[in-house]
Design a protein around this ligand. Structure first.
Ligand SMILES: [Fe+2]
Ligand SMILES: [Fe+2]
Length: 291
């Protein structure tokens, strides 16, 4: 069975001079995530980074990313988020992908899937939006797709019922959802960033996954109206896509402790250990009780 395997990394928040956003060395985290993922999954088909590449949008931050990516031997797809600066991004990466200018939107066919990358950067706010021309491009691209689509975006695709996170969601979710609904039969999954928290759910019947960042992570109790942050280790995702399944495994690449590899316990030994504790494990199907 054909399996597409790729690495999903998000919210690098790189800076030009090594400044540490929220105290985190985002350059070192990104470097470790890259070497960990490429070391563990050298057969990955591609790597995608779903925006907030830079924390302040400095050209120097994109130059640092460019040098980090120099030795990556697989295709790398870049996107922007609310922290990015489109002009500075284009000044370094302008020739990298077939962009639907003036936006950082494009599509690629790879491994039997159409990969569609959206530019959800809003104007004057950390909230995102898909302007009418961007939505039109998305719909045309989805309509023309000859394969199943994997959709990538920076902002979360639906309201999370978490006020602090939703305040910086898409300002035009209804239009976006209507467009999704028209093409839902072609879209397998949405991958996003922005929230700095692990998220999974579905919208218009399309499943989605959002991941932690390379800087601080978000906390929500679904009530807080102000953004709350906590320390949690960053991670990246490894997605495995087959004709009838899609799995995302998370890798906490900063973990450096031992791996506790245990011999698999024989089931008879398990039964014996249960018996020592007075618990009988049935060896037959339960009897069918007469009504
Ligand atoms: Fe971010
Ligand atoms: Fe963001």
């Amino acid at each position: 069975m054909n399996t597409l395997k790729f690495i999903h990394l998000t919210d690098l928040h790189l800076t030009a001079d090594g400044e540490r956003p929220a105290g985190y060395d985002t350059y070192a985290n990104t470097q470790r995530a890259l070497s960990h993922s490429l070391g563990l999954f050298p057969d990955a088909d591609f790597l995608v980074i779903t925006g907030d590449l830079a924390n302040w949008g400095e050209q120097g931050a994109y130059r640092r990313l460019e040098s980090l990516l120099e030795t990556v031997p697989i295709p790398v797809f870049l996107m922007i988020g609310n922290h990015d600066n489109r002009d500075n991004f284009f000044s370094v990466f302008g020739k990298r992908h077939p962009f639907a200018l003036p936006y950082v939107q494009y599509s690629q066919t790879l491994g039997g899937y159409d990969l569609v990358f959206l530019d959800t950067q809003g104007i004057g706010s950390h909230a995102g939006s898909l302007s009418p021309e961007r939505l039109e491009w998305m719909e045309e691209t989805l309509a023309a797709a000859e394969h199943e689509v994997l959709l990538f975006m920076h902002h979360h695709p639906v309201e999370l019922h978490a006020p602090a996170l939703d305040a910086k969601g898409l300002t035009n979710w209804p239009q976006f959802h209507a467009a999704l609904a028209r093409h839902r039969h072609k879209i397998r999954h949405i991958f996003h960033g922005h929230c700095h928290i692990l998220l999974q759910g579905n919208v218009e019947g399309i499943s989605f996954t959002g991941l932690r960042s390379m800087t601080d992570q978000a906390y929500t109790d679904l009530k807080l109206s102000k953004a709350a942050r906590l320390h949690a280790e960053p991670h990246y995702g490894v997605a495995l896509v087959t004709p009838n399944s899609l799995i995302v495994h998370l890798q906490e690449f900063n973990y450096s402790g031992p791996l506790l590899v245990r011999e698999r316990q024989k089931f008879d030994d398990f039964i014996g250990l249960c018996a020592e504790r007075g618990v009988t494990v049935p060896r037959e199907e339960p009897a069918v009780y007469a009504e």
